[in-house]
Design a protein around this ligand. Structure first.
Ligand SMILES: Nc1ncnc2c1ncn2[C@@H]1O[C@H](COP(=O)(O)OP(=O)(O)O)[C@@H](O)[C@H]1O
Ligand SMILES: [Mg+2]
Length: 264
């Protein structure tokens, strides 16, 4: 899914993300306050944080689906608007159940009233490995196939920035690794901001990792301006001993006492 700006911004345009003094609240309840961070053009950044801290809300705000409040400023890295540059993949795959895989991939163009490039849609389904499922309905597909179609729909939009909300969390371990590798391959050169609850997934995929904390948390800290940067080239082996220190740093920042265990 994307915002509904004119579809004339193509992939040759690079864009990063700059979030300044972000404030998120539902009514009186402040989720995040004074959060600032940047995602460099062409990099893959993971956002971690305990359940309910506001990761999905933050992503939807950057996608333009929620209006920011207070002094919040969200732009591209050079200060220009993000509008028209963002593709958003929601936490649930959000495939329309009555549309076939290929029609789901072409949904953005249909919603904008543009002619659908079926040839391109089929090509992208081929690249995501589900061309033979082009005419299947979501209910007829496995979880992995549905996520491949959702990824294909994101690629179909040709936006330089891709926001993904826990895109692999519902998948079994092997399918998850396959889809992660596929995404690394297909999204190279794009700017990716991905929410995950899994430090190992962040270690496998991210150029940089940010930890979100709620302002009500006793250990609350503002989101640091600088990300945690794991060494090595993605996709990494998250069990590589060289990553142990980074894993510990992430677990500490999440509020865990040791280098083991889950954040939420
Ligand atoms: N549309 C909404 N209206 C009111 N509260 C919401 C809405 N969406 C999410 N929330 C609340 O905001 C908080 C953060 O939600 P969310 O961003 O989904 O967290 P996370 O993705 O980090 O688990 C939760 O307490 C959730 O219940
Ligand atoms: Mg969420």
């Amino acid at each position: 899914m994307t915002d509904n700006a004119p579809h004339d911004i193509r992939m040759h345009e690079t864009a990063g993300i700059a979030v300044r003094k972000l404030r998120l609240a539902w009514g009186e309840t402040v989720l995040l306050d004074n959060v600032s961070f940047e995602v460099s053009p062409g990099s893959w950044t993971c956002l971690l944080g305990e359940s309910g801290v506001g990761k999905s809300t933050l992503l939807r705000t950057i996608a333009g689906l929620i209006d920011p409040i207070g002094p919040t400023k969200i732009s591209s890295h050079d200060g220009s608007a993000l509008r028209g540059r963002v593709a958003y993949m929601a936490q649930q795959d959000l495939l329309l159940p009555w549309l076939s895989a290929i029609d789901n991939v072409a949904l953005g163009a249909r919603l904008r009233g543009e002619p659908v490039d079926h040839c391109r849609a089929r090509n992208i389904l081929e690249r995501t490995g589900v061309a033979e499922r082009a005419n299947a309905l979501p209910a007829e597909m496995s979880g992995g196939e549905r996520q491949r179609v959702a990824l294909a729909r994101t690629l179909m939009e040709e936006r330089p920035i891709v926001l993904m909300d826990e895109p692999f969390s519902a998948l079994d371990a092997i399918t998850r690794i396959r889809l992660q590798d596929l995404a690394v391959d297909l999204l190279s050169h794009r700017t990716v901001l991905m929410v995950t609850h899994d430090p190992f997934e962040a270690l496998r995929l991210a150029d940089g990792v940010f930890i979100l904390r709620s302002p009500g948390n006793e250990q609350a800290r503002e989101l640091p301006d600088m990300p945690i940067v794991p060494p090595g080239i993605v996709p990494r082996d998250p069990t590589d001993p060289a990553l142990r220190n980074v894993h510990q740093a992430i677990m500490c920042a999440l509020g865990g006492k040791s280098g083991m265990g889950r954040a939420a």
